[in-house]
Design a protein around this ligand. Structure first.
Ligand SMILES: NC(=O)c1ccc[n+]([C@@H]2O[C@H](COP(=O)([O-])OP(=O)(O)OC[C@H]3O[C@@H](n4cnc5c(N)ncnc54)[C@H](O)[C@@H]3O)[C@@H](O)[C@H]2O)c1
Length: 278
């Protein structure tokens, strides 16, 4: 007999709060945790996207960068489902490519407010639920491989994710005695609306595995990190990237360029080294 997903990761009786749940990886995580038996509350700005989650998942249209709205949402979740045992915080925006010379201060603040502060507001409220309930808990935050690798022209986004990684380590130490784990996942390129209208065949050539990931592959790691099986894993930053973080980027690029056709070489230069073309 093949054990089902639910047999492997049974989250029955656990309340899971998932942010950024209207789309992409947050949506896949919400559906995966629901399939594992958790009572899921899905938060996002996008009400229409939340509606696509279907029956059985509580949805709340919330701007996670608004601290009062986040607190109110957690209070409502506690009243309806009970205290959060799981937080999977995926809500974020990408800023687009820009030189440090063109840094837009309002944009910098917006990116940090949504990606870093908004995630922390959710972590604070989830930690409050978990501490008061006294049954432990699981917190997973979304960073990006950009935080560790440094992507030229991707400054506010990279910084907003790197800040999260440092804070997650600090929080993990404080919450470890309460059996609350705090981990960060760092996806590589994942096929979601965040990639915009990028030509995926470009990624298929450059990446070690010759393909981008899909949200469901990320959701499997999230489900495991939210389960009792991961109880001794905390303060970790875990890449989910098909090997990108492990492989030497320039080596990969030079190998690609050697084997590529001229049009692809132009596309690579334009996408990776836009300043060189100016
Ligand atoms: N797609 C990738 O290649 C990639 C790579 C590395 C990291 N990530 C990270 O993965 C996470 C999930 O992104 P995704 O790829 O699923 O993208 P996505 O754009 O499909 O999903 C992001 C979701 O966050 C929501 N959101 C944005 N701002 C919000 C706010 N203020 N309040 C509430 N919800 C808000 C959006 O409405 C959207 O539903 C993000 O943290 C992102 O930074 C994505």
């Amino acid at each position: 007999m093949n054990p089902s997903d639910t047999d492997l990761l049974d989250l029955t009786g656990r309340v899971a709060v998932v942010t950024g749940a209207a789309s992409g990886q947050g949506k896949a995580a919400a559906l995966r945790l629901h399939r594992a038996g958790a009572s899921v509350a899905a938060l996002d700005l996008d009400a229409e996207g939340l509606a696509s989650l279907g029956n059985g998942i509580m949805t709340l249209t919330v701007d996670t960068s608004d601290p009062a709205a986040v607190e109110e949402a957690f209070d409502e979740i506690r009243r309806s489902l009970g205290p959060a045992y799981i937080l999977a915080a995926a809500a974020a925006v990408w800023a687009g490519w820009n030189s440090i010379l063109d840094l837009d201060y309002r944009d910098l603040e917006r990116i940090f407010r949504i990606n870093t502060f908004g995630t922390l507001y959710c972590v604070k409220n989830a930690a409050r639920h978990m501490t008061e309930a006294g049954r432990g808990g699981r917190i997973v935050m979304w960073s990006s491989i950009a935080a560790a690798r440094g992507q030229p022209h991707d400054i506010p986004y990279t910084g907003s994710k790197a800040a999260l990684e440092g804070m997650a380590r600090a929080i993990s130490g404080e919450l470890a005695p309460r059996e609350i784990t705090v981990n960060v996942i760092a996806p590589g390129a994942i096929d979601t609306p965040m990639l915009g209208d990028a030509d995926l065949s470009f990624y298929d050539t450059v990446l070690p595995g010759r393909r981008v990931g899909v949200p469901e592959e990320v959701a499997e790691m999230v489900a495991w990190l939210c389960s009792p099986r991961s109880r001794f894993v905390t303060g970790a930053v875990i890449p989910i990237d098909g090997g990108v973080a492990a492989v030497n980027g320039p080596w990969m690029l030079s190998r690609t360029i050697r084997s590529a056709d001229p049009a692809l070489v132009d596309a690579l230069k334009a996408d990776i080294y836009p300043a060189d073309r100016e």
